[in-house]
Write a new protein. Structure first.
Lengths: 652, 235, 301
């Protein structure tokens, strides 16, 4: 007992400065911020702890463990204490436990404080649950990093080199699983992003269906009557991984000290190792996310920009329109919408026309369901633009939203001015005016509009004037997802699409129009292949059968974004298919760009990427020469990836 | 004689120069070519992050390594004034810190000049990084002269940097209502050099440079004095 | 017959490919002061570390009393007092703190005795270990080795780095404290003139084996140098026990192990010279003869 106390006393005396400095940085610093926030906003809260712990916690753990081990393993000191009747395992365990206690105290107390502050400040337990995820997941990562540094300290025995080696190892622990898809389950960032731990109301625990229940477990919080803790079983797997790794590291450390194993590496090699690991990780990120598609040509559209919100490109045979929806702030800092239009002809010497400003109207002239503008344009009538304009307001009778305006506008762009030449009021034809426009397109001299659960079909006369032909209560677009439930992918294996009436249209054209009319889902079609994408997946379907104007499609390809892509904010805004390749526009602010995927087989592969950071790329369109037009404040003509060029050449 | 000292320092530090060039310039080149993130992020990460990395790497080994290897006493026993030895070390250290960042600047200008950032802005950002690196090197060496080994010297360097960050944080929190005072507070710490290099604050940049230059001279004199005194105590 | 305090049989050890110990055999009688001699890098510290269970031998057995140094490691360390070569301790601890800390690992630690030793060894109680002088550091290390009143004390080059006065003082403490109490002292050093007056037994370690072991007095008696009047080239092949032959001015000095009249006559006959003198050697000279002696190669006059 005396010897145990002696060991503990010695370890505490040696490690207490780490505790003091660590507490000053990780606990006192956020407290100062919380006090300052209280002075400013009467809100005793700090955002710092979880960020600091995530950023610097690993390094602190490394310093503590290396400092503790290397100190006692210097050449002559090791002889001094080892020659005393001290069992090595007792020495190792005491040292490990004391250091770990300091690390966990210094790095968990601030996050606990943050959880209490978040839960108490605005009652937002969901936010508190997010920090709880950081606390739980990252704590086990810290244990793993600490343990790995412990064994490194025992093997290398030189503080500087051990720290460098440990930092290199920690970088691999934190980042390698993010970068290598098969290791995703072992990525702390991936686990945290899944929100594996939530504090939720008991009433919500059963929502989500059977696939949800497979992954999530619920535990009632004893001291809160209506609250429950919901956790993802992947979290348990991660914890097991961290604990097993830590245990193995400690065992190896003990054996290393007992058998006097030493790793003798020079200073230069250490630093190059660290640099090498960093570069390797960086190169892996670059390989996966970096730009590798060639930009053939760039054309400025406009240099002045507000907070560009959305864009749309309508294009046929290198001619078309680009529509920008900007939000500008006026003197009172209120946002004002502005719609601006340019015509382009890529074969011309001056490809971009002068700007055509659409007059400001309330509601705006163009409805924008999802990421697609409700516009239709054809190269046969290049001076005409068709647009749906709609708005809704709260119905005083039942409190629900009701459509109060719906028009099809014909806008003339002659003389570079946007003038509404025709207006068709659609409201009288709508049986149940609930729901805005979901999509619009032109096909074979007909305009199709999906509005408020009804399908409007307009025929275009020779002068381009639209005539309403029918306004049927027909559900077009996605009308069901069913079939075999794939629990591991949490998705459905078949999809049904209601088709537009087929007079004069082939099945593929019916399908293409129907897909175009599903404005709120990011989809495209080529032949009998449909691709759909969102933040969580890319799915590829093939047409299986058509019966009673319902097309049934069967999924044959699936891809979920890798951990790295999710970290890089994978958020598709638009997609088009060409020759078995899906061109997806990622509308993320910092990592936005065009990504190309090969969807020809069940394994969807990423084959190309074009990025222009700092310039939001907002719309894409295929060009007849195989290139891709990407637009925002500039138009970029981007060459397709090599795989696509090769495939096209072989097909030809 | 001085040439011999420079040669010795060059032989000892050149691998750090090579290391800095390969890692920082490689990172800059690959990052800018791949358009992984906005150019600004790559430029600032390379210049600011690189400046801290090089200052720590060089500062750790300038004096502390001599002490831990026991060669300091032999060095100071040479018929050369100790302040000259110290000056040679600092000059070589500053060069090793600066050259990789200069390399990053050249690459940034070549690859991304005028693309998302103007050439002027890129140059100013890197010059700020070089200045910060040299300042941090001087602070670190001046405060770590008594440290017996590289590990302790490295901790001192990290402590110095954290101290500046904490000072700025505290200043901002205390004087949050007075932006002008906050800017003057930034002038006192070397972080101001980085901040003003990136911003348009012309007047404050000038004051930041003057204040930091004065501090630098004082620290160099103080460091030189301590270097000689520390060495004499070992003889 | 009493079992020896320390017994080493057939000890082999290698650092990687470098063989350091090639079959060391040794017995240390109880209550003796045993000098373990060897050059730098001969394997003395390695042998001692194996005795304490700090290293695992490739082959061989080491026993401290009846305890096997590999199997009963903790018991060995509890019963042995050890002072390492140039012993470094935890610099941040004060003298009193480190004494108390080390003492907590020994069930038999005698606190009163330790306090007496602090005064006897003139150690400053409240000074941190890193601020002690070399002499004070050595004395503190000795105190830590003796505080639990061990029956066997192992000192590995305890006077390394001490000035002559400090060395003398240190040895005085060692002898004063230990010799009278029947403690076995296993003492490694290469300062032979210091060991000579105090050691009862010596063993010489060279090239991984013990080349000579025995009582100090007997060794001095059995190894002698005879001086021959030189006359041309002399060949001593076939004469056993010759450790070294060297030219000393006009004479040839032949150092002989296990000296006897018969050997002397054999050498005179072989060389064709008469012995003019017979010299007693000190331990230094005996050590030198065993370690670097040329074993009677042809000497050109």
């Amino acid at each position: 007992m005396r010897s145990r106390a002696a060991l503990l006393w010695k370890e505490w005396r040696e490690v207490r400065w780490f505790f003091i400095v660590g507490a000053a940085i990780f606990i006192a610093w956020p407290l100062i911020e919380a006090v300052s926030n209280y002075r400013l906003w009467q809100n005793f809260y700090s955002d710092m702890p979880s960020g600091m712990v995530l950023l610097f916690g690993g390094f602190f753990a490394i310093l503590v463990s290396v400092g503790a081990t290397c100190r006692d393993l210097q050449e002559n000191i090791v002889c001094f204490w080892q020659s005393r009747p001290v069992a090595i395992w007792r020495w190792a365990v005491t040292k490990y436990v004391m250091g770990l206690a300091v690390v966990l105290t210094v790095l968990t107390v601030p996050v606990l404080m943050q959880i209490l502050m978040a839960g108490g400040a605005d009652g937002s337990y969901k936010r508190a649950g997010g920090f709880a995820s950081v606390l739980i997941c990252h704590t086990f990562t810290l244990i793993l990093v600490y343990s790995l540094s412990f064994v490194v300290g025992c093997l290398i025995r030189s503080p500087v080199y051990a720290v460098i080696f440990s930092v290199a190892l920690a970088m691999l622990v934190y980042f390698l699983p993010v970068l290598v898809p098969p290791l995703e389950s072992f990525s702390v960032f991936n686990i945290i992003m899944q929100s594996p731990l939530e504090i939720t109301h008991l009433a919500f625990q059963t929502q989500g269906g059977p696939w949800f229940a497979e992954k999530m477990r619920v535990v009632k919080i004893p001291w809160a009557d209506d609250l429950a803790l919901r956790y993802n079983i992947d979290l348990l797997r991660y914890i097991a991984f961290a604990l097993v790794g830590s245990f193995a590291a400690v065992v190896i450390a003990g054996i290393a000290v007992k058998r006097n194993w030493r790793l003798k590496i020079g200073q230069k090699l250490m630093f190059w190792l660290l640099g090498g690991v960093g570069m390797l990780l960086f190169l892996t990120v670059v390989f996966q996310l970096g730009s590798n598609l060639k930009c053939v040509r760039q054309m400025p559209v406009t240099s002045d920009r507000g907070m560009s919100a959305r864009a749309a490109i309508a294009c046929e045979d290198s001619k078309g329109l680009i529509l920008l929806h900007d939000v500008w702030l006026d003197e009172s800092s209120t946002g004002r919408d502005k719609y601006r239009l340019w015509r382009f002809d890529l074969s011309s010497a001056e490809p971009i026309s002068k700007e055509i400003v659409l007059p400001v109207q309330v509601p705006p002239m163009i409805s924008w369901p999802g990421n697609k503008a409700a516009i239709a344009w054809s190269a046969e009538q290049p001076q005409l633009l068709y647009a749906v304009r709609d708005s809704q307001s709260e119905d005083k009778a039942d409190g629900k939203l009701k459509l109060n305006a719906a028009e099809l506008l014909t806008i003339s762009l002659a003389d570079n001015e946007a003038v509404v030449t025709d207006k068709i009021d659609l409201l009288p034809h709508i049986e149940e005016p609930r729901g805005l426009c979901e999509g619009m397109c032109i096909c074979r001299d007909r305009i199709f509009v999906n509005l408020s659960g009804q399908l409007f079909i307009f025929e275009l006369e020779t002068d381009g004037k639209p005539i309403l032909k029918s306004a049927t209560k027909k559900r077009v677009g996605i009308c069901g997802e069913s079939g075999r439930r794939d629990a591991s992918r949490q998705t459905f294996a078949t999809m049904s699409i209601g088709l537009v009436p087929g007079e004069g249209l082939s099945v593929q054209e019916q399908l293409a129009v129907s897909v175009e009319l599903t404005g709120y889902r990011v989809m495209d079609i080529e032949g009998d292949i449909v691709v759909e994408t969102n933040n969580d997946f890319i799915k590829v379907f093939r047409l299986k059968e058509v019966r009673d104007d319902i097309a049934t499609l069967e999924m044959f390809g699936y891809r979920s974004p890798t951990a790295l892509e999710r970290l890089a904010d994978f958020s598709p805004g638009q997609v088009f298919l060409r020759d078995g390749f899906a061109y997806i526009l990622n509308k993320s602010a910092d990592f936005g760009g065009l990504t190309v995927y090969d969807i020809r087989g069940p394994q969807i592969r990423r084959v190309g990427h074009y990025a222009v950071p700092n310039e939001r790329l907002l719309a894409i369109a295929p060009l007849p020469d195989g290139n891709i037009l990407v637009g925002g404040n500039k138009l970029h003509i981007v060459a397709p990836p090599k795989a696509a060029r090769t495939y096209k050449a072989q097909s030809n | 004689m001085i040439k011999a000292l420079f040669w010795k320092e060059w032989c000892e530090q050149r691998w750090k120069l090579a290391y800095g060039c390969v890692i920082l310039v490689g990172f800059t080149l690959i990052g800018l070519r791949s358009r992984l993130t906005p150019d600004e992020f790559i430029v600032i990460f390379a210049s600011a992050g690189g400046s801290i990395l090089m200052a720590l790497l060089v500062g750790m080994g300038l004096v502390a390594t001599e002490k831990s290897e026991g060669s300091l006493a032999m060095l100071l026993a040479l018929p050369v004034r100790s302040w000259k030895i110290f000056a040679v070390k600092m000059v070589m250290g500053a060069l090793v810190c600066a050259v990789p960042i200069v390399g990053c600047m050249a690459v940034s200008l070549a690859v991304a000049g005028g693309r998302e950032m103007s050439a002027n802005r890129i140059a100013v950002a890197h010059l700020g990084g070089i200045s910060f690196s040299v300042i941090m090197l001087v602070w670190m060496v001046a405060f770590s002269i008594r440290q017996p080994n590289e590990a302790r010297a490295g901790l001192v360097g990290i402590g110095v940097f954290m101290g500046w960050v904490f000072f700025v944080f505290l200043f901002v929190k205390v004087f949050y209502k007075r932006l002008d005072l906050v800017l003057w507070g930034l002038v006192i710490t070397p972080l101001g050099i980085l901040q003003f290099a990136a911003s348009e604050g012309q007047m404050h940049t000038l004051w930041a440079v003057i204040v930091q230059a004065v501090m630098l001279i004082f620290l160099l004199l103080w460091g030189g004095y301590r270097f000689g005194k520390e060495g004499r105590s070992k003889l | 017959m009493n079992e020896p305090a320390i017994k080493i049989e057939g000890l082999h050890f290698s650092y990687g490919r470098k063989k350091v110990l090639r079959g060391v055999d040794l017995e240390v009688p109880v209550g003796s002061i045993f000098g373990f001699l060897g050059r730098n890098g001969s394997g003395k510290t390695t042998t001692i570390k194996i005795l304490l269970g700090l290293l695992k031998p490739d082959a061989g057995v080491c026993k401290i009393g009846s305890l096997d140094s590999q199997k009963d490691v903790m018991k060995v360390r509890q019963s042995v007092g050890y002072m390492a070569e140039d012993q470094q301790m935890f610099g941040w601890m004060k003298v009193t703190q480190i004494i108390k800390w080390v003492g907590s690992f020994y069930p038999g630690w005698d606190e009163k005795f330790a306090r007496e030793l602090v005064d006897l060894l003139e150690l400053p109680r409240d000074t941190r270990v890193k601020n002690l002088s070399k002499g004070q550091n050595s004395r503190l290390a000795l105190l830590l080795a003796l505080g639990h009143r061990p029956k066997i004390v192992i000192l590995d080059d305890p006077t390394l780095g001490l000035d002559p006065i400090a060395r003398k003082d240190f040895l005085r403490y060692v002898i004063g404290l230990l010799q009278s109490n029947g403690v076995t002292v296993f003492f490694s050093s290469h300062l032979l003139y210091e060991i000579e007056p105090v050691a009862d037994y010596v063993a010489i370690l060279e090239d991984g084996v013990i080349v000579k072991t025995g009582k100090t007095d007997e060794l001095r008696q059995s190894v002698k140098k005879i001086l021959l009047r030189s006359a041309g080239d002399i060949e001593f092949g076939g004469v056993g026990g010759i450790l070294d032959v060297a030219k000393m001015g006009e004479r040839i000095a032949v150092t002989i192990e296990d000296y006897s009249e018969a050997k002397r006559e054999a050498i005179e006959k072989k060389s064709g010279c008469a012995a003019v003198d017979e010299v007693d050697l000190n331990l230094d000279e005996i050590f030198e003869a065993f370690v670097i002696g040329n074993r009677g190669k042809k000497v050109k006059v």
